[in-house]
Design a protein around this ligand. Structure first.
Ligand code: ATP
Ligand code: MG
Length: 276
């Protein structure tokens, strides 16, 4: 990948507008830290870049090395070098981890790997991530602990060797040793030329990764795009200064209608009404 460009991206989930004009670009060799308050659209943006069909695109374009990939499926994007480590990786009962890894790696290649080649690569990746190889026999993420799921995402990154890896809160749930292992794997990939888009709420991970740039997403838009010193500022001061200095009012919930109806609320209301 030489350059990924996000142009005026608008998107919604279940009719609720989440992204409201995102402009962002990432060049080869860059490592971009993406911060922002909870619920302001970071995961939605990463999901859209990867082609998650759950999000509805209302406008804008995603251009990868001059090619418009806005309407490509996630498999095609993956073949072009994009990778997403999800914030909440799904458990897939019935799908053996090793079978999944082999299928994903072979889908990227013209000629399938021999069983021996695959096993060698898989064994090395499990070792690098400090995951017992026994876990390759288990179903994908099924019953994995929070930290195991996160390590397993980076294991997939190592085996698929993307040119742009997007990591969504990869540090959440990791113990201290695991965070070191994950950071080392990311830094080694970056040294070999992989670009990164890293979402995290914590300066700790960023101190280990040393991103080249940082951006802040607020209200479904990129409010600030600047140098990595933004990370320490957010760590010290939070996001209040954005309103003070940029005049951007930070919305409490950018998707408020989600909370309007729930069975719990209706049942509680009925109980209160009956008790009157
Ligand atoms: N199915 C849905 N229906 C309605 N709203 C949704 C749906 N899925 C996501 N949203 C809302 O979209 C908004 C953006 O969510 P997103 O996951 O992109 O936020 P985020 O910036 O990644 O937050 P966090 O830092 O907490 O991970 C949230 O308010 C979320 O509740
Ligand atoms: Mg998120």
């Amino acid at each position: 990948m030489e350059r990924l460009e996000i142009i005026d991206l608008h998107a919604s989930v279940d009719g609720i507008s989440i992204l409201r004009g995102v402009n962002l670009s990432i060049k080869k060799g860059e490592s971009l830290a993406l911060l922002g308050p909870n619920g302001h659209g970071k995961s939605t943006l990463l999901g859209l870049i990867m082609g998650n069909p759950r999000f509805h695109l209302d406008g804008g374009k995603i251009i990868l090395d001059g090619e418009d990939i806005t309407n490509l499926g996630p498999d095609e994007r993956s073949k072009r070098g994009l990778f997403l480590a999800m914030q909440n990786p799904s458990e897939i009962p019935g799908l053996n981890s090793a079978d999944f890894l082999k299928a994903a790696m072979n889908a990227h290649r013209g000629k399938p790997l021999t069983l021996f080649e695959f096993y060698r690569k898989m064994e090395a990746a499990y070792k690098e991530m400090g995951i017992p190889l026994e876990m390759s026999k288990r179903n994908l993420n099924e019953g994995f602990s929070g930290g195991e799921k996160k390590r397993n995402e980076i294991l997939q990154m190592l085996l698929l060797d993307p040119s742009l890896a997007m990591l969504d809160e990869i540090d959440s749930g990791l113990d201290v040793d695991a965070i070191n292992v994950v950071a080392k794997a990311i830094n080694e990939a970056a040294a070999k030329g992989t670009s990164f888009l890293v979402v995290s709420h914590y300066a700790r991970l960023y101190r280990m990764l040393k991103p080249t740039r940082a951006a802040i997403m607020v209200n479904g838009r990129i409010a600030v795009d600047g140098d990595p010193s933004l990370i320490e500022r957010v760590d010290r001061e939070g996001y209040e200064w954005i309103k003070r200095e940029l005049g951007i009012e930070i919305e409490k919930e950018i998707a408020p209608s989600m909370n309007q109806v729930s069975i719990g609320v209706c049942a509680t209301k009925e109980a209160i009404d009956n008790g009157k």
